[in-house]
Design a protein around this ligand. Sequence first.
Ligand SMILES: NC(=O)c1ccc[n+]([C@@H]2O[C@H](COP(=O)([O-])OP(=O)(O)OC[C@H]3O[C@@H](n4cnc5c(N)ncnc54)[C@H](O)[C@@H]3O)[C@@H](O)[C@H]2O)c1
Length: 371
Amino acid sequence: MGEVGIGLVGYGMMGKAHSYGYTVAPVMRALPHKPRLRAISGRDAGKVSRAADAYGFEEWTTDWRELVGRPDVDIVDICTPPGTHAEIAQAAAAAGKAVICEKPLALTYAQAAAARDAASKAGVLNAVGFNYRRLPAVSLMKRMVDEGAVGSLRLVRATWLSDEFVDPATPFDWRFDHAMGGTTIADLGSHLIDMATWMAGPIAEVAGQSETFVRRRSGRDVTVDDASAALVRFDSGARGVFEMARTAVRRPCDFTIEINGDKGTLVFDYARLNELRYGEGEDRAELYGMRRIRAEHETHPYAKSWWSVGQGVGYGSSFVNQLADLIERWPDGPWEPDFAEGAAVQAVCEAIERAAAEHRWVSVHEVAGSL
Ligand SMILES: NC(=O)c1ccc[n+]([C@@H]2O[C@H](COP(=O)([O-])OP(=O)(O)OC[C@H]3O[C@@H](n4cnc5c(N)ncnc54)[C@H](O)[C@@H]3O)[C@@H](O)[C@H]2O)c1
């Protein structure tokens, strides 16, 4: 078994999730290379040294540039706030490193496109952390859509409801700062847009609305939206509705995605992440309703590398699956979703932001030119 050197930038929640993914991936799946946790970086020496110990990294640094320059690092994995992503990704690509970047790829489409172009020019593998694709039930939903289980797609409905911004006393941090966190549209909506476009194809145009209900925190202006929604038209002619809100009381991280085709309906509900609901138009009339598929059968995506049927998987498993998929294809690739897909998602986010600000339908081409 060969080794692949990992350099991780950021030790927060995603730093932990990715470290967990690298550590568990070779336990659950036979991989040609073993991820070796070479170095982790963060701005606070005390915290990053403790994180290095806890997550299993051999060394730590307070300078991400030093990490990017290390010859023993093959993959730079970026787990810092969105406002830092594009600069680190471009530096890593220029140093000849493969890059994995958490979502959203950047703050703006221009930044995301610069990261995409830098990776492409350097010829390095690149991937964006849209981990929810790697939940077995979401992956099964994509497979069933591709196999025609719902027929021709008509409607895509996706929501992301959280309560993290409900309390006005929650102190200001990067998530409330547009220059570092970007928008709720991009933070939560990027996952929805990624899953929707993965299954239903590119989005042509959008309308949107946004609101910030708590406008000051810790004496500072909040510069992001608390909640937004979008109407979308796909290139295929399918229509969609997306909602992303951090002001939904008693909703922890509830996301759903539903597709209605001319022959059936598929529904994924994150609160029941090992299941997929399927309503088939030609099913026997007396069985009217939806079946609850347990997305854990050995014929289902990822099932063979997890526990026996009935045991289920969780959030952490999405990172294990994601990083195992990438390491499995090291060093030849291809990796997906890549920065080109991340930039395409960013273009939709920016189109929704523009549509909400200007109260009009905005074509994605207006933001991104011809993608
Ligand atoms: N895929 C997912 O399920 C998921 C979930 C949560 C967050 N994320 C994404 O992961 C990224 C990190 O989010 P997180 O929840 O781990 O955040 P976090 O706040 O827990 O950790 C952020 C890390 O970046 C560092 N950091 C904070 N501000 C910084 C700044 N101004 N400059 C440089 N470094 C800074 C912190 O010290 C910490 O190491 C974001 O892009 C976020 O959107 C993805």
